[in-house]
Design a protein around this ligand. Structure first.
Ligand code: SAM
Length: 326
């Protein structure tokens, strides 16, 4: 007799909620002197697919480096955490996650996988790909915004909460502090945090990782304009904006921007908003902070975590840290 995989999806980010939050973020971001849009809006189904293509680009080392760490240490993570439930924030395709699931299963503890993402396309795709390979594992997908819905995530089991891919670096330092404290506040004493962080390195490699020669990252960057056009009836002409990636050595982060290549006026019909862009004016669409191991440990401690282990890939490009709750 075959076991039927148990798969469920719960939704805390409804389409109304998404539309309201997007409208508020777009109004705030486009009416500031230095225009910005939050990176979470890259990830509609097309954006998530473009991100998957990015992870396979020769210039984009973070995914390969993090996979190398997981290949070497997923067993250690499974044993040290002793978790029966893997909650993954910003899970995307859940591809690398298989390494963790396999080790947790081999350790004999794995019962439940809870992928959490704003992108329902990515989440449903991931669950579809996983369910037949893990028929003995309860799959509970959650469509949610981890900056707003952490308190609504399932609390069952001994949880390992993972945030991979360097996604934590997309938050500004203030938001990052608040986010890590909120994660901590939502963990029980037996839970643990697994955090993937990209490390500071030669700026030429960093910039290349965000400005590939095939132009995939450029299309991913412009995708946020397509999302705004579709949901808010705006008339951004995506190719009237050039993709820009720069390293900020003081703040130690990469900035992705969209630079207007001509003077233009954009109408956001649903917001009754008219936005002018001068030639060369830039709209910041993402930061991706890079970390140093010492300051990372201090940040985790400030949020109430104790570093239990930290591994890097052989080249020292990326770090994966496991923290317990103090
Ligand atoms: C950089 S990708 C990383 C994907 C995957 N974890 C990996 O390591 O390849 C960021 C992922 O987080 C999701 N995401 C971004 N902001 C989010 C938010 N506020 N709440 C939930 N998911 C979010 C995106 O949809 C995307 O799947």
């Amino acid at each position: 007799m075959t076991t039927r995989p148990s798969v469920a999806v719960e939704r805390h980010l409804t389409s109304d909620d998404f539309a309201r939050t997007l409208a508020a973020d777009v109004r705030r971001g486009l009416t500031r002197r230095a225009k910005t849009l939050p990176p979470k809006y890259f990830y509609d189904t097309r954006g998530s697919e473009l991100f998957e293509r990015i992870t396979r680009l020769p210039e984009y080392y973070p995914t390969r480096a993090e996979r190398a760490i997981l290949t070497a240490h997923a067993d250690d993570i499974a044993k040290l955490s002793g978790a029966d439930t893997l909650v993954e924030l910003g899970s995307g395709s859940s591809e690398k996650t298989r390494l963790l699931l396999d080790s947790m299963r081999a350790t004999g503890t794995l019962r439940r996988y809870v992928p959490v993402d704003v992108s329902d396309g990515a989440l449903l795709g991931a669950l579809k790909a996983l369910r037949d390979d893990y028929p003995d594992v309860e799959m509970r997908g959650v469509v949610a915004d981890v900056e707003r819905h952490l308190h609504l995530l399932p609390r069952t089991g001994n949880r390992l909460v993972a945030l991979l891919g360097g996604t934590i670096g997309n938050l500004t330092p203030g938001k990052r502090r608040r986010f890590l404290s909120a994660v901590r506040a939502n963990l029980a004493s037996s839970d643990a945090l697994l955090l993937g962080t990209d490390l500071v390195k030669d700026p030429r490699r960093l910039v290349a990782a965000y400005n590939d020669t095939a132009g995939v990252t450029a299309e991913f960057n412009r995708n946020v304009l397509r999302v705004v056009n579709r949901h808010l009836h705006a008339d951004f002409a995506p190719h009237a904006f050039a993709h820009v990636a720069v390293w900020d050595p003081n703040r130690e982060w990469i900035e992705m921007r969209l630079r207007s290549i001509l003077p233009q006026t954009v109408h956001v019909r649903d917001l009754d908003l008219v936005v002018d862009f001068g030639t060369g004016e830039e709209l910041r669409t993402e930061i991706s902070a890079k970390f140093r191991q010492e300051s990372l440990e201090a940040e985790l401690a400030a949020a109430g975590f104790t570093l239990a282990a930290c591994w890097t890939d052989p080249a020292g490009d990326f770090a994966l840290s496991l923290s317990t709750v103090r």
